[in-house]
Design a protein around this ligand. Structure first.
Ligand SMILES: NC(=O)c1ccc[n+]([C@@H]2O[C@H](COP(=O)([O-])OP(=O)(O)OC[C@H]3O[C@@H](n4cnc5c(N)ncnc54)[C@H](O)[C@@H]3O)[C@@H](O)[C@H]2O)c1
Ligand SMILES: N[C@@H](CCO)C(=O)O
Ligand code: NA
Length: 332
């Protein structure tokens, strides 16, 4: 049995989803020879630490009742430096202005030779090249399938499953919150404000939901795809961005009467990165509903390959974190 010691930095919707999935998948992980021991859980107020393994069920219960896991006043960086472990699971909020605490966590993880699996888009949007170089210099694994499309495989699909195939573009819906809002505004005439509030309660919206509705979140994901799949050196400023805040129920209904839905469509190629609301025919493969994401990958050898799946949500996103963890440590 191989023991993988890890920290979970950020214990909101996704950090808690990861904890639940690690509890659910304990037997499966053992069946492939892995014992995953969480040695520290950190939120904005502090940490729970145990080098022998924290009690995840207790952390989840305390987070729900008391609102924090803080027992010790330790930050992510302090945990990374002081507690022996192999893997940092980084799920703090996305911040595309400074990279947030996630950027420091990731650089410190690589500095100390640790692997990183993350759902946090900020650091990858701002400093992709620097992070890759730091990971490479340290000989660390760095995987981030959860950053784009949540549970929907796209980064590993493009780079691993489709290896050798030159890719021309990726086009699709990469924000679950916007798709949920647009779907329910059209189908139930629900109010924009109510659905946005519900999205926050469901744990699918960003910590700052303007990131979702202004198209910023989709832009970040396109930057990650541009860098990770198309070999570009892009940052947020390379993206043309329009969000969904000006879409009215009347516009959605008028489009529908003419056989179309309005979707927030992102597209990335070697030449251009852009996101904006676009008309999509009702029966088109990109016309997915609710929190679903979809990505159409235009390939050199295989034509278009389209995937769809839940783009947000704690357990769904944790499924991508789990697959990255297994890809690093499992004997597949
Ligand atoms: N919610 C989703 O469906 C989803 C899906 C894919 C990716 N993501 C990304 O995953 C990350 C987490 O999203 P979330 O929905 O869980 O956000 P959230 O706001 O629910 O949780 C963020 C957590 O980070 C903690 N935190 C804040 N500042 C911190 C600090 N300085 N040190 C330690 N912890 C700190 C908060 O206490 C909270 O526990 C974000 O980067 C987001 O973009 C979210
Ligand atoms: N807020 C994001 C989470 C997934 O990255 C969304 O709604 O798609
Ligand atoms: Na994904």
């Amino acid at each position: 049995m191989k023991t993988v010691r890890c920290s979970i930095l950020g214990f909101g919707a996704i950090g808690q989803g990861v904890a639940e999935v690690l509890l659910m998948k304990k037997e499966y992980l053992e069946s492939i020879g892995l014992e995953v021991l969480v040695v520290a859980v950190v939120d904005s107020k502090g940490a729970t630490v145990n080098p022998e393994g924290v009690d995840l069920a207790d952390c989840l219960a305390r987070k729900r009742t008391v609102g924090t896991v803080a027992i010790e006043k330790l930050t992510g960086v302090e945990i990374i430096r002081s507690i022996a472990h192999e893997l940092v699971i980084e799920t703090t909020p996305t911040n595309i202005v400074t990279g947030g605490v996630g950027l420091q966590n990731m650089f410190t993880a690589f500095e100390t030779g640790k692997d990183v699996v993350t759902s946090n888009k900020g650091p990858l949007t701002l400093k992709y090249r620097e992070l890759m170089e730091a990971a490479k210099a340290a000989g660390s694994n760095f995987r981030f399938e959860a950053t784009v499309g949540g549970s929907m495989p796209v980064i590993n699909l493009a780079n691993e499953v489709l290896a050798g195939n030159q890719l021309k573009s990726i086009k699709g819906i990469l924000n679950g919150t916007c798709n949920y809002i647009l779907t329910r505004m059209l189908e139930e005439r629900a109010s924009y404000k109510d659905i946005l509030t519900e999205s926050m309660e469901l744990g699918i919206a960003e910590t700052d939901p303007t990131y979702d509705v202004e198209g910023i979140d989709t832009a970040c994901k396109l930057v990650i795809l541009a860098n990770a799949i198309f070999g570009r050196d892009a940052t947020y400023k390379d993206v043309e961005v329009t969000g969904i805040t000006k879409i009215t129920p009347e516009a959605l209904e008028m489009a529908y009467e003419r056989g179309h839905v309005i979707k927030l469509i992102g597209e990335v190629s070697r030449e251009r990165i852009h996101v904006a609301p676009r008309l999509v025919p009702i029966n088109h493969p990109l016309a997915v509903r609710g929190i679903l994401n979809v990505a159409s990958i235009d390939t050199e050898l295989a034509g278009e390959i389209t995937v769809t799946g839940k783009g947000a949500g704690p357990i769904e996103t944790a499924s991508a974190v789990l697959s990255d963890l297994v890809a690093i440590y499992g004997n597949r």
